[in-house]
Design a protein around this ligand. Structure first.
Ligand code: GUN
Length: 285
């Protein structure tokens, strides 16, 4: 079997087209959606991500409000900025790029983003709504994964899904989203993590494997069930360039569909962030 490549780049472009239309409709109501992006420090990977988020904002007509702070910025100054952005009517969404420098308490910062401006869906209130299945916006990467599955016509209802990784950003929310009684969900979900005794034992019976581990090539071909769908969330910088969490080439001989890295989940994350921003502007603008 040679797996079909799920073209995240193409699907993300479609979504950005839809977002641009929604921005047009908002402008008829006199609203220009605004996304404030806050980058603290000079982590090169974070800089690349934030730059592409800002560039894509411009492409769909969202006004990007850029805030670049030095790595040594005191926590109070960051909290002060978030308070200002929280009361700025031109700002509909706020994003604080993670990770933050070690002297800053990430939990405190994420709670300082008002839930109605939380474009990343990281506020505990919004994560709680994801758990309930009542969310307006979901974290961008899990939202992008669910949208990819829907648009690639992959049946999730009744499917065995194995999520490898339990981060607050990906693993936990995607698990909660896929087991809801809802369209694009209704799956039986298993979450594996560093204390899982035998990861392969789980992945081998999965119809859909979502790899969010953060280690290049962690999911190999023998770990997959023939015909499985593989969603690779990994972005690992290696000596051989950018690699996902899956040994893609070998996995393609076993899987029925797989997302490439780059060009899979990555572009979807940005598209869903833009969509979240517009959703917040539509609802609260
Ligand atoms: N760092 C890694 N992924 C993300 C993301 O989706 N949003 C933010 N803000 N930071 C991240």
């Amino acid at each position: 079997m040679t797996a079909k490549l799920i073209d995240g780049k193409q699907i993300a472009a479609e979504i950005r087209g839809e977002v641009a239309k929604r921005v047009g409709a908002l402008s008829e109501r006199g609203i220009t959606p605004g996304l404030a992006t806050v980058l603290v420090g000079d982590d090169p990977a974070s800089r690349v991500y934030v730059n592409s988020k800002r560039k894509m904002c411009a492409e769909v007509g969202i006004k990007a409000w850029d805030h670049d702070l030095e790595a040594s910025t005191p926590q109070d100054q960051l909290l002060q900025l978030l308070e200002e952005l929280g009361s700025d009517p031109a700002v509909h969404g706020i994003l604080v790029q993670l990770p933050l420098p070690a002297h800053i308490d990430e939990e405190l910062v994420l709670e300082a983003v008002p839930p109605h401006k939380d474009a990343d869906g990281f506020h505990p209130c919004n994560l709680g709504r994801v758990l309930q299945g009542t969310h307006l916006v979901a974290p961008a990467t899990p939202a992008g994964i669910q949208e990819l599955l829907i648009r690639a016509n992959i049946e999730t209802s009744g499917a065995e899904v194995v999520v490898a990784g339990r981060s607050n950003i990906v693993g936990k929310p995607i698990a909660a989203m896929l087991f809801q009684k809802a369209a694009g969900a209704n799956a039986t979900v298993t979450v594996c993590h560093t204390s899982t005794r035998d990861l392969a034992e789980h992945t081998k019976r999965a119809d859909i494997v979502i790899a969010a581990i953060g280690r290049a090539g962690a999911i190999t071909a023998p770990m997959l069930k023939p015909g499985a769908v593989v969603i690779d969330v990994g972005i690992n910088r290696t000596e051989d360039g950018l690699k996902g969490d899956v040994d893609t080439e070998a996995a393609m001989e076993v899987a029925s569909a797989i997302t490439p890295v780059p060009g899979g989940v990555g572009p979807m994350t940005i598209a869903m962030l833009l969509s979240n921003t517009v959703t917040l502007a539509e609802r609260f603008g």
